[in-house]
Design a protein around this ligand. Sequence first.
Ligand SMILES: Nc1ncnc2c1ncn2[C@@H]1O[C@H](COP(=O)(O)OP(=O)(O)OP(=O)(O)O)[C@@H](O)[C@H]1O
Ligand SMILES: [Mg+2]
Length: 322
Amino acid sequence: MQTVEVLIEVNNLKKYFRVGRNAFVKAVDDVSFNICKGETLGLVGESGCGKTTCGKTILGLYSTTDGEVIFDGVNIHALRPNEKTEFTKRAQIIFQDPYSSLNPRMTVGDIIGEGMDIHHLYKGKEREEKVFELLNTVGLNKEHVNRFPHEFSGGQRQRIGIARALAIEPDFIVCDEPISALDVSIQAQIVNLLMELQRSKDLTYLFIAHNLSMIKYISDRVGVMYLGNLVELTTSAELYDNPLHPYTRALLSAIPIPDPQEERRKQRITLHGEIPSSINPPPGCRFASRCQFAKEICTRAMPPLVEVDKEHFVACHLARQF
Ligand SMILES: Nc1ncnc2c1ncn2[C@@H]1O[C@H](COP(=O)(O)OP(=O)(O)OP(=O)(O)O)[C@@H](O)[C@H]1O
Ligand SMILES: [Mg+2]
């Protein structure tokens, strides 16, 4: 059996944003998980549940409120500024919106080459060759090098974003909803490109998405977030075959099935009830107000994330009881 090496350990991570004198948005609230070398960990949940904040805090783009992120044995939030450069070279991000994430005043060549300059990787002719090579890798060509972002389609822009992330030869990339702003027909191309790059360059991904439909094909394991908490974490196959958290079940029921007969038979779970505010959220399970199974304990005590089966973690007082 292959040994699994952990690349990133996220331990009890908290990121609160102050929004008033005594008010905090608890965007990420005590989240723990590992990401193994070469794996894709999917992170899903509805808008505002804390996915981007989690990704950015893991990359050190945000400081932590509490908890730690260990990258290849090193606590990245404890690094001194001069030690940080080595880490930033190894970890990159691809953004959700290819329209706003590329500087409109820079040419494609400079967008891709910027990271190489910052990290003093290549100069002159070698830099130019590297940029051409990267354009080729992501399915563009060297004629594109002097053009500006507005001259490209959304899919092409996302390819530029991917080339920019690859330019400094990272080990780990946070893909923050890299396909959600694209046409459905283009989404599969970008996903295939990312998966191909993962194989050829031995990359590790944290892949963030809104819903579970595409993430199944991309991820080895999937974490489901709800209002700053991780509510379920397991392998992709197990999550789809045996979802245990009522919120995961609702997310899964929203995926359309291509077979019309199956689709008609399927029970869609519609969530009712208010989403509590992430500013000073109530005690207990944050999903309780929308959960059809909620009992008294659910509003009183926060359920811990526990391993109920091998590699299957869930945070629900009533898991397996419904
Ligand atoms: N800089 C900030 N200051 C204050 N609050 C913030 C800040 N960034 C994010 N938040 C809040 O933290 C919560 C989590 O936001 P985040 O962007 O991480 O969610 P998300 O899951 O990525 O959502 P989406 O799917 O819409 O991208 C939200 O309530 C958001 O309003
Ligand atoms: Mg986001």
